[in-house]
Write a protein that binds this ligand. Structure first.
Ligand code: AMP
Ligand code: ZN
Length: 465
C-alpha cells in the first residue's frame, strides 16, 4: 500500500502524489521567536518530524522548509520592553529553539528562513497582488488583501462568508472567524514599533504574518508544492490567508496536501503561553525526565487526536523505554560479533507491518503496537534460548531501521543519562587505580541520579531505578 495522508483541504485520506516524482517539497509554519517554545509547540514539530521521517523511510527525497517568525507585534513589543534590538532579542529564542530540536532528536529541515531576511520577497509579492487588483494600499500606508476579489476564499477552513461586512478590515494577524475581512499584508509604521521598520513603495512599515509564509514557501519550494503543515489553530486565518495571497498572485494551486495536528492539552485546555499552563523542555529535564521520554510521549498519540499531557504519561514512557532497552540489551549480549542472518519467525513481518501502519495516515499507535508485539514474542524466544546470535543481530538491525522513524529506540547521548555514563567512566578509572573509596563515592552519585549499577562479568551495567 502506498502512503495515504489525511488532507484537510478535501477532508479525506488521499494517496500521496507528488509534483515531482519521489521528491516531497513541504513547508511548516515555525515558531514566533519571542519566548521559549513549550511542549505544546513541540507536539506540532514532532508530528512534522514523524511525517518527514516517514516520507524518507518510504524512499522520498524531502525538501523541508520551516520559517522563523522574527518580526511581529509580540517580538517587537518584548524587545522594546527589554531594551534590546529586535535581532538581539530574537536570537536568544531562535538559538534555544534549535537546541531543543536537537535534544528532542527532531531532524533538521533543509531551510530555516527568517522573516527579516526576506522582506524584499514579501514586498515583491504584495506589489504583484496590487497590480492584479487583489490588494490595495490604505490611507495610513498599510496594504490590505481585498477579500471579495478572491472567490475561493474559505475553501480550507470552510468558513461561511455570507455574514461578512463589505469592506471590513482586520489589522491584527490573528482574528476570529466572525471578524473576517480584508487582512493586512503590510503594516504601516507606528511609534510603538520603535526602530523596527523597512522602506517600501507604501512607506515605512513591516510585513503581516501571513504574507511571510507565502513569500518564503514559494521562494524555496516553488509556486506549487506538495505538503503544508501546522497546528490546527493555524488553519484559520493563517493558512486560509496564505492560500488567498499565493493563488491570487500566481493563478496556480498553492499546495496539494494540507496537514494539521491537534493540540496538546492539559486538563482539557490547550497548552499555551496565554493560559500559563505550559512546560518547556527544560522544565521537564529539571524534574528528572529525559528528552527521550518526552519524545516517546509526543509521538505516542495519532497526530489528529488531542494529546492529553500528564506526568503519568511520562512515567509510562519511562517504563516502556526500559522494556525496549532490556530487549535490545539481551539481543546485544547474544550477538558476540556475529553478523546478521535471516530474521527469526517472530520478527519476519515487523518491517512490513510497521510500514503498513505508517502508510495509513501515520498511524503511530499501530506502529508502536507492532514493535511491542515483537518484543513480547522476542522475550519469549530468548527465554527459551531459541534465538541464534546471527538472528539477534538481524533483529537489532530491524530495530535500527524502525528507529529511523521513531527516533527514541536508541538512547540519545544528549540526554541526562549522559551524566550517569560520564560518572560511570570515572568510576571505572578509580577502580583501575584501586581507589575504592572514590569508586564507592561515584557509585553513590550514580544512584542519586536514579540509576542502579550492576557489576556483571561483562562490565558494569546501568539500569533505571
Ligand atoms: P506559535 O509559536 O504560537 O506560532 O506556534 C508554533 C506552532 O505550535 C504552531 O504550528 C501552532 O499551531 C503549534 N501549537 C501551539 N500550541 C500548541 C498546542 N498546545 N498543541 C499543539 N500545537 C501547538
Ligand atoms: Zn505560516
Amino acid at each position: 500500500m502506498s502512503l495515504q495522508l489525511y488532507n484537510t483541504l478535501t477532508r479525506k485520506n488521499e494517496r500521496l502524489e507528488t509534483c515531482e516524482p519521489n521528491h516531497v517539497r513541504m513547508y511548516t509554519c515555525g515558531p514566533t521567536v519571542y519566548d521559549y517554545a513549550h511542549i505544546g509547540n513541540f507536539r506540532a514539530y514532532m508530528f512534522e518530524d514523524l511525517l518527514r521521517r516517514t516520507l524518507k523511510f518510504s524512499g522520498y527525497k524531502v525538501t523541508h522548509v520551516m520559517n522563523l517568525t522574527d518580526v511581529d507585534d509580540k517580538t517587537i513589543r518584548a524587545s522594546i520592553e527589554k531594551n534590546l534590538s529586535l535581532k538581539e532579542y530574537t536570537t536568544t529564542y531562535s538559538q534555544a529553539f534549535f537546541e531543543d530540536l536537537h535534544i528532542l532528536n527532531i531532524e533538521k529541515a533543509e531551510f530555516y528562513p527568517a522573516a527579516t531576511g526576506h522582506i524584499e520577497e514579501m514586498i515583491e509579492l504584495i506589489s504583484r497582488l496590487i497590480e492584479k487588483g487583489y490588494a490595495y494600499p490604505s490611507d495610513d500606508g498599510s496594504v490590505y488583501f481585498h477579500l471579495s476579489t478572491f472567490k475561493e476564499y474559505g475553501k480550507l477552513s470552510r468558513i461561511d462568508l455570507s455574514g461578512m461586512q463589505p469592506g471590513a478590515r482586520v489589522a491584527q494577524d490573528e482574528y476570529e472567524k466572525q471578524h473576517v475581512g480584508d487582512f493586512a499584508l503590510w503594516k504601516a509604521w507606528h511609534e510603538e514599533d520603535g526602530d523596527v521598520g523597512w522602506d517600501s513603495p507604501w512607506g515605512k512599515g513591516r510585513p503581516g504574518w501571513h504574507i511571510e509564509c507565502s513569500a518564503m514557501s514559494m521562494k524555496y519550494l516553488g509556486e506549487s508544492f506538495d505538503i503544508h503543515t501546522g497546528g490546527i489553530d493555524n488553519m484559520f486565518p493563517h493558512h486560509e490567508d496564505e492560500i488567498a495571497q499565493s493563488e491570487a498572485a500566481t493563478g496556480k494551486p498553492f499546495v496539494r496536501y494540507w496537514m494539521h495536528c491537534s493540540h496538546l492539552v492539559v486538563d482539557g485546555k490547550k497548552m499555551s503561553k496565554s493560559l500559563g499552563n505550559f512546560y518547556t523542555l527544560q522544565d521537564l529535564l529539571d524534574r528528572g525526565y529525559t528528552s527521550r521520554e518526552l519524545r516517546y510521549v509526543l509521538m505516542g498519540t495519532h497526530y489528529r487526536q488531542t494529546l492529553n499531557f500528564t506526568f503519568e504519561g511520562l512515567e509510562a514512557a519511562r517504563a516502556a523505554l526500559q522494556r525496549i532497552d532490556e530487549f535490545a540489551s539481551r539481543l546485544k549480549d547474544l550477538v558476540h560479533g556475529e553478523s546478521a542472518s535471516s530474521l527469526p519467525d517472530w520478527a519476519q513481518h515487523v518491517r512490513s507491518e510497521f510500514s503498513l501502519a505508517l502508510n495509513n495516515d501515520l498511524n503511530i499507535s499501530k506502529a508502536r503496537a507492532v514493535l511491542f508485539d515483537m518484543l513480547h514474542a522476542g522475550h519469549k524466544a530468548l527465554d527459551e534460548g531459541s534465538v541464534h546470535a546471527s538472528e539477534a543481530a538481524a533483529v537489532l538491525d530491524t530495530i535500527g531501521d524502525l528507529d529511523r522513524v521513531f527516533g527514541f529506540l536508541e538512547a540519545s547521548p544528549d540526554e541526562a543519562d549522559s551524566d550517569a555514563i560520564a560518572i560511570l567512566k570515572a568510576r571505572e578509572e578509580a577502580r583501575k587505580n584501586k581507589d575504592w573509596a572514590e569508586a564507592d563515592r561515584l557509585r553513590d552519585q550514580i544512584t542519586r541520579l536514579g540509576w542502579t549499577l550492576q557489576d556483571t562479568p561483562k562490565g558494569p551495567k546501568l539500569k533505571r531505578k
